[in-house]
Design a protein around this ligand. Sequence first.
Ligand SMILES: Cc1cc2nc3c(=O)[nH]c(=O)nc-3n(C[C@H](O)[C@H](O)[C@H](O)COP(=O)(O)O)c2cc1C
Length: 185
Amino acid sequence: MIQETIVTTQNNEGKTHIAPMGIHVAGDEFIILPFRPSVTLDNILATKTAVINYTDDVRIFAGCVTGRNDWPLLKTKKIDGHFLQGSLAHCAVKLTHVDDDPVRPKLFCQALHRVNHAPFKGFNRAQFSVLEAAILLSRVNHLLATKIHTELEYLHIGFNKTAGPKEREAWDWVTKAIEQKLREL
Ligand SMILES: Cc1cc2nc3c(=O)[nH]c(=O)nc-3n(C[C@H](O)[C@H](O)[C@H](O)COP(=O)(O)O)c2cc1C
């Protein structure tokens, strides 16, 4: 199973980095798959640790892919790292081994410490739509503009029926960034 999460890592100087990542999960084992080049990859190889954050605030996903990377963080207890203040839960992990690859290495990690902060509030279609739109943004260079617009039109149906203010803000960031990128192609 793949879960869409926010991975927080830090470099050897203690500078924190925040990035959305689809994490492969099997029990207490996680596989993080960053495409090279990646700050997340460099940081995990340097510190052998990461924090996987579970959040329903889709502005963090949309923000990170549109240049809004500054989200409030708190210190983790069991490792030298940070988790998102806006997370429902987080899991500190340690790197166990690497399956190297020139394009997309596999970073195998083991759960060290799981913490719940707030309850899961149920599924929301607008949040799904924002995540899908954020992924479309990362693929603008590889897709036809007509396909992007058809997909956005479909995603907007569920979005429009169910969004709250956070989802609307996130959707606005992502769709404006998509239009900007399409104009620049
Ligand atoms: C929902 C979602 C899932 C993503 N999953 C991945 C992933 O598994 N691997 C990856 O390299 N980038 C993924 N991305 C894109 C990265 O977040 C983005 O390219 C980021 O800048 C990664 O590079 P970094 O480690 O240098 O920050 C995802 C983006 C979104 C919105």
